[in-house]
Design a protein around this ligand. Structure first.
Ligand SMILES: C[S@@+](CC[C@H](N)C(=O)[O-])C[C@H]1O[C@@H](n2cnc3c(N)ncnc32)[C@H](O)[C@@H]1O
Length: 228
């Protein structure tokens, strides 16, 4: 986990903003994640399919034939489960270790999915998506990149399409002083509402399901439907 200083205060002026602009995008890189896979330090990995997925498959949220994106697929447990449900799965991750693990899992289980090594902030899907399963992907991106990512998800999703956003609740003490800490970066419900506005996404009423994770952080389950 890293701690970045808060951005300069509003009103600091264009010259200051230019002087402090980072040379490269903030937050973890593909190399950072690849190191984690190479060294086996993957505390986010349950070692099994997220139990949140099964009830959603059972109630028809991921019908056979649906084009489903799993961004930041990691070791691919959910990719395999969705493929087994008959979905046409696009699994994207920019860490080669994650891509290899997901491909191995699919081969081992005799399943098919398209596993793509790419940066989600550069890649584009080949067709509009019926559903997205975002499990600890948004929280893996520095908040500086959230608007770009959320905008892409909105463009990619068909009207009526489903976004399952497992928003990691990673509140830490430093947040009160404006430190941006992560990954995982805290996915506050208010921030999620701003990123996925109700003009573009239908939000069910709270309370939302929250599931503890062995890492100590909880996942808030947001089921958003793309407005038509
Ligand atoms: C915290 S892990 C979660 C992995 C998996 N979804 C899970 O829950 O087990 C975040 C994953 O997102 C990938 N990732 C982060 N930023 C990415 C980006 N810009 N493009 C593609 N993959 C990215 C990382 O390589 C890593 O596999």
């Amino acid at each position: 986990m890293s701690r970045d200083p808060a951005p300069p205060a509003a009103g600091s002026g264009r010259a200051d903003a230019t002087a402090t602009a980072p040379a490269s995008p903030a937050g973890p890189t593909a190399d950072f994640w690849q190191q984690r896979f190479a060294s086996g330090r993957t505390p986010w990995d349950r070692g099994e399919v997220n139990p949140a997925l099964e009830p959603l498959i059972a109630r028809g949220a991921f019908p056979a034939g649906a084009l489903v994106l799993v961004p930041g697929c990691g070791a691919g447990h959910e990719v395999a489960r969705l493929a087994a449900a008959g979905c046409r799965v696009l699994a994207v991750d920019y860490a080669p270790g994650a891509v290899a693990l997901t491909r191995e899992r699919l081969v081992h289980e005799g399943l098919r999915a398209q596993v793509i090594e790419a940066d989600l902030l550069e890649w584009t899907p080949p067709a509009p998506l019926d559903a997205i399963w975002d499990q600890a992907c948004l929280c893996a991106l520095h908040p500086d990149r959230w608007i770009a990512y959320a905008t892409r998800l909105a463009h990619w999703t068909s009207p009526g399409g489903l976004l399952v956003l497992l928003a990691v609740q990673a509140e830490r003490e430093g947040r009160r002083q404006g430190f941006i800490e992560g990954p995982p970066y805290h996915c506050d419900a208010n921030a999620m509402r701003a990123l996925f506005p109700s003009t573009a996404w239908k939000w069910p009423k709270p309370p939302y399901e929250s599931r503890a994770h062995r890492s100590g952080f909880a996942e808030l389950q947001l089921l958003l439907t793309r407005a038509g």
